[in-house]
Design a protein around this ligand. Structure first.
Ligand SMILES: Cc1ncc(COP(=O)(O)O)c(C=O)c1O
Length: 415
């Protein structure tokens, strides 16, 4: 019987954990730990599933723009480009990495926030790039920098609106609405009442408005579907209103947000229903715009990556068991340390078949109490030298890792 986390990359053979068919513990012995391992097979499977969901929409075309902030590994970038993806880049550094990986500028959407003159000078060098405008107040800066490129045809622009409500698994990743769930004012996007004039101002500043964009947040599960579906309806209504005023768009970009399965009890966000909803609403509204864009990060690469760690020693303190490992959260998989409620499944690759009868805290090698990958988690009784696999480590792990304590960031391999 398949366990909930098995996929084209993560498997079990003869009771042992395999990564793209290779024995995980042997891979750890050969390559050393800590080690990120990413699997092309699973990225392709995720991409194909998403592409199939949108391909079912007759008469509408879909762009899958990989949100490369999730994982900018050059091999992954080249691989998703080969699958036909576009890319969503949020900084000049990401634009450069995308170009190096072979993405033409015409397949890059630049969605910056707090973007200044220096950023724009670097981004506008890429003739054919599409820029996503985050604020009416940004347009003056865009106009100024645009003047430095006099020979350039109109620069393609989409406008990111803030539709008034967002959705995410924790406050720090809700990106639309007035305030997040913890009260933090949300900095992203243009408020609805300012959108029409922002379109006019962008045109007047030498930009060609080609898209309307929203991104609600990250880590959606099945429970988020209703709220997300109503935001689809809102976006389509807004696009219809814009078309009535004579604005002709090329695409509607619904952003990213749909997550992989991190937890066994998590309902998985229904991407097929989501795609169907987008297509149905666009057809019902009779829109001119026929291209849909989505910006998956987590969905494409989250469950296509694991972090392998080795237990340095097992410690017992006040009756609690700690598996003290050779990597740290901040330096590899920071999500459990920075996001309340972020869960990563952990497997003991050395003892996969043993019952999970010991409550284990998997403790990292950094000087911080919060540096734990899992707290009091039922796991096979750990031993010194065991290899642990932290699952769903393909997205927002290496890309968010720091060199806290001057520890090294783990190596990455793509298999
Ligand atoms: C504008 C934008 N698009 C797409 C994404 C990707 O989100 P996810 O990885 O949840 O799909 C993000 C993530 O923060 C984002 O800010």
């Amino acid at each position: 019987m398949m366990t909930w986390w098995q996929n084209a990359f993560l498997g079990v053979s003869d009771g042992r954990l395999t990564l793209a068919g290779r024995d995980a513990a042997e891979l750890a012995d050969r390559e050393g730990t800590p080690l990120f391992v990413y699997g092309r097979t699973r990225i392709r499977e995720n991409f194909d599933r998403l592409a199939a969901a949108f391909a079912a929409l007759d008469g509408l075309e879909t762009r899958i723009c990989y949100a490369m902030k999730a994982n900018p590994h050059s091999g992954i970038l080249r691989f998703v480009r080969g699958l036909g993806a576009w890319v969503d880049a949020v900084s000049p550094g990401e634009v450069e990495a995308a170009r190096k990986a072979g993405f033409p500028a015409s397949r890059i959407l630049f969605t910056g926030t707090s973007v200044g003159v220096a950023d724009l000078r670097r981004v506008f060098r890429e003739d054919g790039i599409t820029i996503n405008i985050d604020a009416p107040e940004q347009i003056e800066i865009l106009r100024e920098v645009r003047r430095e490129f006099p020979g350039r045809r109109k620069i393609r622009a989409s406008l990111r609106w803030n539709p008034g409500s967002g959705r995410g698994f924790t406050a720090g990743v809700v990106t639309a609405g007035r305030r997040s769930t913890d009260g933090t004012p949300i900095k992203f996007g243009i408020e609805p009442s300012k959108l029409d004039t922002a379109f006019t101002a962008a045109s007047a500043a030498g930009f060609q408005p080609v898209g309307l964009h929203q991104h609600l947040g990250s880590g959606w599960t099945a429970e988020d579907y209703r709220s997300v579906a109503s935001s689809v309806d809102r976006m389509v209504r807004k696009a219809a209103d814009l078309e009535k005023t004579g604005i002709r768009l090329e695409f509607l970009d619904f952003g990213g947000g749909f997550g992989p399965r991190y937890h066994p009890n998590q309902g998985v966000f229904p991407v097929e229903a989501y795609a169907e909803r987008i297509g149905r609403r666009m057809k019902e509204a009779g829109l001119h715009v026929k291209t849909i864009a989505v910006e998956p990060g987590k969905f494409l690469v989250g469950d296509a990556g694991v972090l392998l760690l080795r237990i340095n020693y097992v410690k017992e303190s006040f009756g609690q068991i700690f598996a003290c490992v050779d990597g740290g959260t901040f330096t590899s998989v920071p999500r459990p340390a920075i996001y309340p409620g972020a869960y990563h499944e952990i497997l003991n690759a050395t003892r996969l078949a043993e019952p999970r009868r010991t409550r284990v805290t998997v403790a990292g090698n950094l000087c911080e109490t919060g540096d734990v990958f899992a707290k009091s988690r039922p796991l096979p009784t750990p031993r010194r030298g065991d290899v642990l696999a932290v699952l769903c480590a393909g997205a927002y792990c290496r890309s968010m890792a720091s060199r806290f304590n001057l520890r090294e960031i783990p190596r990455e391999i793509l298999v």
